[in-house]
Ligand binder design. Structure first.
Ligand code: CAA
Length: 388
């Protein structure tokens, strides 16, 4: 066969990653998803199962002790975990988000110090960018890092930090040249055990309840200057470049949640009988399934193309990362909402998983940049002529 015709077929290696992840998730992650949501507890057993299969941080390069799975493979892992349990999918997703600044701009010494522990599963890594008053306008952050000899002293607060408290390490963005907005921000590694680091109470959220979201406070946190990632005042670009890569993982998460909901609804409508036949026999139901399947397929293709762009560091990754995240999360919201509708009254209860999937899908339209910010990013790329 002409390999040119294989562009839309996954390589065998990725088919294997997909099948292996699904097997672990069907056995160990999916059965705990409802309980994880109901108890709003970090899914420790899912973590252990993912760690045993080396799927908790698959993107860490082999040279730092990781599985060395590429961006497409990592997206597929996140997608498959999200199909079973969205909260659990934040384990590989946030490990990638937290470590991406180090991978993009960190010194070899810093990478050797921190990445092997994430690769082995001893430690997780979170990403501290947003603040109470700096969300979409993130360059307006007020957390400060002040140089003091061989140290930096950090003061401030970060909000909406995924897996805060559970993670051992944090990439923290702080203003080093106040008043310079995006040109005065730097990135640092902060450890949970550093004196002056503390956490707020867990947020009570609509979905992804098994993934703790907390504030992180920095009260005169004094860290060695060698924990700077990249150069002073270069942090904003590192933050944005990180998000270019990791918006692809949120797209994958959205695709997985939507697939989980569509799979469940497809089974249900074939069992459920009304007016003397399975409701799947009604055209109105088939049309809903058809729309969901079309949107999901388009979202998955966009996500995989964006993952390829991420792996190759292509010049149009900014466009593809934002577009895949925005499209896939909007699709996931539509598909999960329709899945609830397909189950009728049953879908609205916690006896069935689709209401959880609908609640979990919502966050994918909000975090790693709201879909309004994505459209702004996409619009700017279109105007620059960078797309396609
Ligand atoms: N790559 C490299 N450089 C970039 C870049 C990118 N993708 N995007 C912007 N830059 C550069 C620009 O080129 C510019 O550099 P110059 O000044 O040298 O030209 C500089 O950064 C400033 O860029 P902008 O003028 O575009 O900056 P802005 O202040 O207008 O912000 C924004 C633009 C797109 C709105 C940005 O603030 C943004 O993305 N906001 C959303 C933040 C976000 O996504 N937060 C998510 C938090 S993490 C999270 O949610 C994690 C979780 O829980 C799981």
């Amino acid at each position: 066969a002409n390999p040119q015709f294989d562009v839309y077929r996954l390589p065998e290696e990725h088919e294997e990653i997909k099948a292996a992840t699904r097997e672990v998730c069907d056995a160990e992650v999916a059965p705990r998803a409802a309980e994880t949501d109901a108890n709003a507890e970090f899914p420790r057993k899912s973590y252990d199962a993912l760690r045993a299969a080396d799927l908790h941080a698959p993107h860490i390069p082999v040279e730092y002790g990781g599985a060395g799975i590429d961006a497409l493979g990592t997206a597929i892992v996140i997608e498959e975990v999200a199909r079973a349990c969205a909260s659990s999918s934040l384990i590989p997703a946030v490990n990638k988000l937290g470590t991406m600044p180090l991978l993009l701009a960190g010194s070899d010494d810093l990478k050797r110090r921190y990445l092997p522990q994430v690769a082995s599963g001893e430690a997780m890594f979170s990403y501290c960018l947003s603040e109470p008053e700096a969300g979409s306008d993130v360059a307006g952050m007020t957390t400060k890092a002040v140089r003091d000899g061989d140290h930096f002293v950090i003061n401030g607060a970060k909000r909406w930090i995924t897996n805060a408290g559970e993670s051992e390490y944090y990439t923290v963005f702080a203003s080093t040249t106040p008043g310079s907005k995006s040109k005065g921000i730097s990135a640092f590694v902060v450890e949970k055990g550093d004196e002056g680091v503390s956490f707020g109470a867990p947020e009570h959220k609509l979905g992804i309840k098994g993934s703790p979201t907390r504030e992180v406070f920095f009260d005169n946190v004094r860290i060695p200057a060698d924990r700077l990632i990249g150069e002073v005042d270069e942090g904003f670009k590192i933050a944005m470049r990180t998000l270019d890569h990791t918006r692809v993982t949120i797209a994958a998460q959205a695709v997985g949640i939507a697939q989980g909901a569509l799979d469940y609804a497809t089974g249900y409508v074939q069992e459920r009988k009304q007016f003397g036949q399975a409701v799947s026999q009604f055209q109105g139901i088939q049309f809903m399934l058809a729309d969901a399947a079309m949107k999901l397929t388009a979202a998955r293709q966009m996500t995989y193309v964006a993952a390829g762009k991420s792996e190759r560091e292509d010049h149009d990754l900014t466009f593809y990362g934002a577009a895949a995240k925005c499209f896939a999360s909007d699709a996931a919201m539509d598909i999960t909402t329709d899945a609830v509708q397909l189950l009728g009254g049953y879908g609205y209860t916690t006896d069935y998983p689709v209401e959880r999937m609908m609640r979990d899908a919502k966050i994918t339209q909000i975090y790693e940049g709201t879909n309004q910010v994505q459209r702004l990013v996409i619009g700017r790329q279109v105007l620059k002529g960078i797309m396609g």
